[in-house]
Design a protein around this ligand. Structure first.
Ligand code: URP
Ligand code: ZN
Ligand code: ZN
Length: 458
């Protein structure tokens, strides 16, 4: 069915223009003023509203066996929540662990998404060991259209790789033109610090942050950058949480290392005092890297405003309170993670407005830059002729509050509870089909498709 979004203010990187957008066969075919369209076209009046390209969340966990349990969402619940919040594409971390076969893991992760997601999706393929068959399996996965890898320097003996495996992964990625995303914390130091804190009887969630201090993340970030420098691969630090790690990343960028930086919603909006609350209240806010001292929020926002940070994801990873209580005897057993997929766009828009960040930057860090880095541009991440008709009509007059009571994410708490939002999507389309309206899912379940991406980081 054809779709016309009439008279909105279309916002893309480098341009703001009042015009109509017309889409046919899933694709934007015309942009202009006062378009005349064929009978039967679905017409949406966007007068007084903004029209954004569909937003992209470059870092989510949906199917995730982790820390003796499973993350709570399915592709059905996560994609509906994503769409209501304006996210039309997400990139899921495919995370087989060190004991799993990588290729079988990749097929398993794909099977969980296939036919179940209401929005489009892709994967970052985790490399959690490097053995005899790894190279041929990764070549097969890249040929299948998954052109980004993930490594964990943290989570010793589970997802974590050692320096030799990191080197082999980066060297192969360089040859394949694949970008490597990395969780940068020193696994050995985390294990030793956890041991020491527990020996001192420090078992509450408040000790999670001291077990993985800023220096441990800065070391991981710096080491990843040094390995990129010496292999020539392109890299992307995921969920960078603090000023010390930011400085390590920026120093590397400055000396020409091919490094991009992602921050995630919790590290922008929350601080370690949340995780210092006693018992289950604190456990809700346990994630890795941990929430940090408050001054780090400002450092990340400034870097974002200046374009030193490339993207904002969520690291969406919901565990409910019962699951969090697996760690009631020891913080090391609290499942790490917090949801955010539904709230990212609205909270970033709201906070960005309060901090006077340009809409142009907002569109870049919440959509366009991820599309460019991960081989989705210009199909995704912009409003242009030939792009997929993934459109977000955004009502800047809406006022509301984030709450577990109204969320669609499958979880029993919301880490951003009570935060106010000044705007939300009034309409969200995926390839020309209306999938969400005014906080409700109105679309077709399972409509989302797997996005094949060509390597581009040669
Ligand atoms: O705490 C987190 N971040 N949980 C999800 C796994 C990861 O490290 O991204
Ligand atoms: Zn991580
Ligand atoms: Zn993650």
């Amino acid at each position: 069915m054809a779709l016309l979004i009439r008279n909105g203010e279309i916002v893309t990187v480098g341009s703001r223009v009042q015009a109509d957008v017309y889409a046919e066969n899933e694709t934007i075919t015309t942009i202009g003023k006062n378009l005349v369209v064929p009978p039967g076209t679905e017409i949406v009046d966007a007068t007084g509203q903004l029209v954004f390209p569909g937003f992209i969340d470059p870092h989510v966990h949906i199917y995730l066996p982790f820390m003796a349990t499973y993350a709570k969402d399915t592709h059905e619940t996560a994609s509906i929540a994503a769409l209501i919040g304006g996210t039309t594409t997400y990139i899921e971390m495919c995370c087989p662990n060190r004991n799993d076969d990588a290729l079988a893991g990749y097929q398993l992760w794909k099977s969980k998404a296939s036919g179940n997601s209401a929005c489009d999706y892709a994967f970052h393929m985790s490399v959690t060991k490097f053995v005899r068959e790894t190279e041929s399996q990764l070549r097969e996965i890249v040929a299948d259209g998954t052109s980004s890898f993930k490594i964990f320097l943290a989570y010793k003996n589970f997802f974590g790789v050692d320096d030799g495996e990191m080197y082999q992964t980066l060297a192969l990625a360089r040859r394949l033109g694949v970008i490597v995303t990395a969780h940068c914390e020193n696994a050995e130091l985390v294990a030793r610090l956890q041991e020491q804190l527990l020996a001192e009887g420090k078992t509450e969630p408040e000790w999670h942050e001291p077990s993985r201090p800023e220096s441990v993340e800065a070391e991981g970030t710096g080491r990843f950058a040094t390995f990129l420098e010496n292999t020539g691969a392109a890299g992307y630090v995921v969920h960078l949480s603090c000023e010390k790690a930011l400085n390590a990343a920026l120093a590397a960028k400055q000396r020409g290392v091919r490094l991009s930086v992602e921050v995630v919603l919790p590290h922008l909006l929350l601080d370690k005092s949340f995780a210092e609350r006693p018992g289950a209240e604190g456990m809700k806010y346990v994630m890795s890297p941990p929430l940090r001292a408050k001054h780090n929020n400002d450092a990340l926002w400034s870097a974002l405003a200046l374009g030193f940070v490339d993207t904002v994801g969520t690291d969406h990873c919901p565990f409910d309170i019962d699951q969090k209580l697996l760690g009631k005897e020891s913080f090391v057993n609290i499942p790490n993670g917090i949801p955010g997929i539904e709230d990212r766009v609205n909270l970033l828009y709201t906070m960005g407005k309060r901090k006077r960040i340009d809409l142009d930057r907002f569109v870049d860090f919440a959509s366009t830059r991820a599309a460019k880095l991960f081989g989705l541009f210009p199909r995704k991440g912009t409003i242009a002729i030939g792009s997929d008709a993934d459109l977000v009509v955004f009502d800047t007059n809406y006022r509301g509050t984030v709450s577990v009571k109204t969320q669609h994410v499958n979880n029993d708490y919301n880490g951003f509870e009570g935060m106010t939002i000044e705007g939300r999507p009034s309409l969200v389309t995926v390839r020309g089909k209306v999938q969400a309206r005014d906080g409700k899912f109105v679309g077709e379940r399972g409509r989302g498709c797997f996005l094949r991406r060509e390597p581009k980081h040669f």
